[in-house]
Ligand binder design. Structure first.
Ligand SMILES: C[S@@+](CC[C@H](N)C(=O)[O-])C[C@H]1O[C@@H](n2cnc3c(N)ncnc32)[C@H](O)[C@@H]1O
Length: 254
């Protein structure tokens, strides 16, 4: 099954910017938590626009930034090797640090990919995997009860109907720690990060962006054009606010 979202379109760039604005600080905390060695050889899987790959490159020896489509990463640091490759075809290690943010949740083959990434770790190497859950996407303030119902319906259609049909998992993140332990990794640790988002700010703009990119899928699972239109207005309305996705960032050492 192909990846649902883009990497180089204007919408894809907005998506990756919103993600980075929200998640780079907690991701960097997770990456620094186990210590970053200046001698480390790192792999960033699904590197997207390369913000984390370049950040890692400033703190380690070298970074391989792997993505299905690397044209969304135009300005790699000198010690970043950009690799256009499907991670499902396997990766050749060994790496001292492997990072994958918001990639495995999109891949139906995530178990096999995860096993391959663990195999590619050098002894003592660390893997850091971050993905979203939808456990508490509760609204905080909505302009009307109808808008509150619309928010709930769009989340239901997006996350419980459309996403599973495309092989996207919002439950994988909650199982990553147990999978790391089962794979024999130690010092397994998970950080959960979430914040509220108001209409017009990064989280709501990301919801609107994903809704635009996934419009054919949403229409196919029963969303109406009127619902989609009102939802997008709501995502730019400052009087709307809700909890954003919960981001679980789990790490383990081989
Ligand atoms: C949601 S984006 C996240 C990008 C980046 N990790 C971040 O958090 O900002 C998912 C990324 O994974 C890449 N991707 C999806 N499927 C892939 C695959 N099978 N192999 C390699 N990269 C893949 C996409 O091209 C995209 O850049």
């Amino acid at each position: 099954m192909s990846y649902l979202f883009g990497t180089t379109s204007e919408l894809a760039r907005e998506q990756l910017d919103c993600l980075g604005n929200i998640l780079d600080a907690p991701t960097q905390w997770c990456l620094e938590r186990g210590g970053l060695s200046p001698a480390a050889r790192c792999l960033d899987v699904g590197a997207g626009s390369g913000r984390i790959a370049n950040w890692l490159a400033a703190r380690t020896r070298e970074v391989v930034a792997l993505d299905l489509d690397t044209s969304g990463f135009p300005d790699p640091a000198p010690n970043v090797e950009v690799l256009q490759q499907d991670v499902r075809d396997g990766v050749a290690g060994p790496y001292d640090l492997i990072h994958a943010r918001l990639v495995l949740m999109h891949l139906p083959e995530r178990d096999q990919v995860f096993a391959g990434l663990v195999d590619a770790l050098a002894p003592g190497g660390r893997i850091v995997i971050g993905d979203f859950t939808t456990r508490r996407l509760h609204p905080i303030s909505t302009p009307s009860p109808e808008d509150e119902a619309l928010w709930a319906r769009m989340q239901y259609l997006s996350h419980e109907v459309g996403s599973p049909a495309r092989g996207i998992s919002f439950s994988w993140a909650g199982s990553t720690a147990a999978r790391m332990r089962a794979a024999g990794l130690h010092d397994v640790h998970t950080m959960e990060y979430s914040e509220t988002t108001a209409g017009g700010t990064d989280g709501c703009l990301l919801h609107r962006n994903l809704n635009r990119q996934a419009e054919p899928l949403l229409l196919s699972v029963g969303a109406t054009p009127d619902e989609i239109g009102r939802y997008r207005e709501l995502m730019t309305d400052p009087s709307f606010s809700a909890w954003f996705y919960q981001f679980l960032c789990t790490s383990g050492t081989r």
